[in-house]
Design a protein around this ligand. Structure first.
Ligand code: SAM
Length: 290
């Protein structure tokens, strides 16, 4: 379908069902077929592929997924959109429309129930802006049976995901994403291809989920505590940030020794540490705690 046709169909569906879009739910609907195709290509689907879509809206992406994948499970929070979607996919039994909150639903169960007949699974979604990071972190942390994730997100979040150590965009989200997946930039998406037009630009990112995390750590929770502590006060040195956020009353001298034992200069800022350095530091702390 051409861009004008998708835009026309979206407006017609909204008018026919008397729907006013809710900004609070991140409702900006995509109308550009080239961007839809780029997302479909990045997902590398096929009849053996099952797709979990979060936030189908009025189904522009869902329709393309239905054409290319073996099964689709689409989770939509807005109850008003559910009958619209059910009507659109009435004669597509491989498309399952689920009313629910992607931040609360048992997504493992959704995958098991709706995509159980497929041999590889991915998430393909145009995520609502307000919930991008928590949804992404859920998808990664819960170790769902997924091979890849192709998502459209706010450009600034995409830049954070792709950032290198020592840059202003590098943060706890970058480290977490890289721990679980390899991230790849697919394309930038300008604001004018949505109804209504958002204030920000977007980008499509592809995650290849790792079979094993990028670094081996003795205690994963401690690893993420160290990461959060290091980024908690970005302007401080690593020594001061860890002493303030992680040392539980230990003296600075002791924290300094931990950092030196991990082979890191305590005067560096936390935001310059690589994934491997964070892992080494977390393992020193783990040994000290035993
Ligand atoms: N997929 C459509 C498209 O590309 O045009 C719509 C994408 S729109 C950016 C985000 C969609 O996510 C909206 O339909 C919104 O109602 C839905 N949504 C918002 N929060 C959600 C949540 N917590 N769980 C599931 N869907 C949600």
């Amino acid at each position: 379908m051409a861009e004008q046709a998708i835009a026309g169909r979206t407006r017609e569906l909204l008018a026919r069902h008397g729907l006013v879009l809710k900004k609070s739910l991140g409702q900006h609907f995509l109308t550009d077929p080239h961007i839809l195709n780029k997302m479909i290509d990045a997902a590398e689907l096929g009849s053996d592929a099952g797709v979990l879509e979060i936030g189908p809206g009025v189904g522009a992406l869902t329709e393309r997924l239905a054409e290319e994948a073996g099964s689709v499970a689409a989770v939509e929070l807005d109850a008003r959109l559910v009958p619209v979607l059910k009507e659109l996919f009435l004669s597509s039994p491989h498309v399952h429309i689920i009313h629910g909150d992607a931040m609360k639903l048992d997504l493992g169960q959704v995958i098991h129930t709706c995509l159980g007949d497929t041999s590889r699974r991915s998430v393909v979604a145009n995520l609502p802006y307000y919930a991008t990071s928590p949804i992404l972190m859920r998808l990664l942390e819960e170790r769902l049976p997924l091979d890849r994730i192709v998502v459209m997100i706010q450009k600034e979040v995409a830049q954070r995901l792709m950032a290198r150590p020592g840059t202003k965009d590098y943060g706890a989200l970058t480290v977490a994403a890289r721990y679980y997946a390899e991230t790849e930039w697919v394309t930038r998406v300008p604001g004018h291809v949505f109804i209504p037009r958002p204030q920000v630009d977007s980008a499509v990112i592809r995650f290849h989920i790792r079979k094993q995390p990028a670094v081996e750590v003795a205690d994963e929770r401690l690893f993420f505590r160290v990461v959060r502590a290091a980024f908690g006060q970005r302007r401080k040195t690593l020594l001061n940030a860890l002493a303030a956020n992680l040392s539980e009353g230990k003296r600075k001298k002791e924290v300094n020794e931990w950092i030196l034992e991990a082979g890191i200069d305590p005067k560096r800022r936390g935001e310059t540490l690589t994934l491997e350095e964070f892992a080494g530091l977390a393992d020193v702390l783990d040994r000290k705690a035993r």
